[in-house]
Design a binder for this molecule. Sequence first.
Ligand SMILES: C[S@@+](CC[C@H](N)C(=O)[O-])C[C@H]1O[C@@H](n2cnc3c(N)ncnc32)[C@H](O)[C@@H]1O
Length: 322
Amino acid sequence: MRRVGGEGARSSFADDVRRGLTATPKFLYPKYFYDELGSRLFEAITALPEYYVTRSEAEILRARAGEIVAALGGPLWLVELGSGDGQKTRLVIEALLARQETLEYVPVDISESAIETSSRSLLLSYPDLRITGYIGEYHAALRMIRKERVRPGRTLVLFLGSTLGNLDPKERLAFLRDVRNLLNPGEGFLLGVDLEKPESVLIPAYDDPLKVTAAFNLNLLVRIDRELGGGFDISTFRHRALYNGAEGRIEMHLESRRDQTVPIRGLGLEVSFAAGETIHTESSYKFRREQIAALAAETGFELRRTWTDSRGWFSSNLLIAT
Ligand SMILES: C[S@@+](CC[C@H](N)C(=O)[O-])C[C@H]1O[C@@H](n2cnc3c(N)ncnc32)[C@H](O)[C@@H]1O
């Protein structure tokens, strides 16, 4: 296991919370959802009937993983960004192990618990797998992987779950260029992207009746209370999910139910909220298919092929480094 960023992580959480809660409008970065409880809550979200994202992508990979890896030649090694619980990765790993005897898998995730739990479980299932996990942020981890990994074959990078949609347009381009920098021409990048669809499908996926997504969102305040000495009373905030049509994205917010001032001792800060005021905690952009080809071309890739699920809700895109 390799740790990326080390001690800097706690101070950047503090700095980012200060920055986000003193801004107008208030915001927090979604990467901070994923402490141990947050990672488990996200895993629970992926099992919700309303959260079509995971099931749609798994449907594609179940049917197409063999075809996808065959398109790249081999042998391959696998780098996965934001690997999470690694459940869908199993479909790609199995397709690769059907073509080669061993496989080196390099998961990258900001969540230490996600990397540890998923790696243990994958190693039990696949004796021919070798895993080196990187705990930290995409950019720093990619830089470290580029510097220190001996490449046991051609590279395939995975970025599943439409996590790309959590990045704003500028971050998205920088991220794709970072991935491109890891690759040699002809190597592959499998990018899972959620497609535009009616609001009547989107809203329940981000505001489920069991309130699991609400707990995932509110856990960010619990984390600030625990790690930064915050005084949030979470019963005075509620989860909101809305579709921002102009930006083409779902937004998640935490809305204050009343006027209040919340102390955050570790930051020496008091944060005032008006009733109805929100903290913007996550965006999930939804894409049109032609946007994906344009993004690929802009960042040094060619979009080789797109597969969709039977409802046409989700896309798996094979990008090739040019
Ligand atoms: C939306 S989840 C997707 C998980 C999994 N790939 C899937 O498809 O179910 C995003 C994952 O990326 C990780 N993550 C979020 N921001 C990150 C960052 N800046 N650097 C590294 N990992 C990050 C989270 O811990 C989480 O596991």
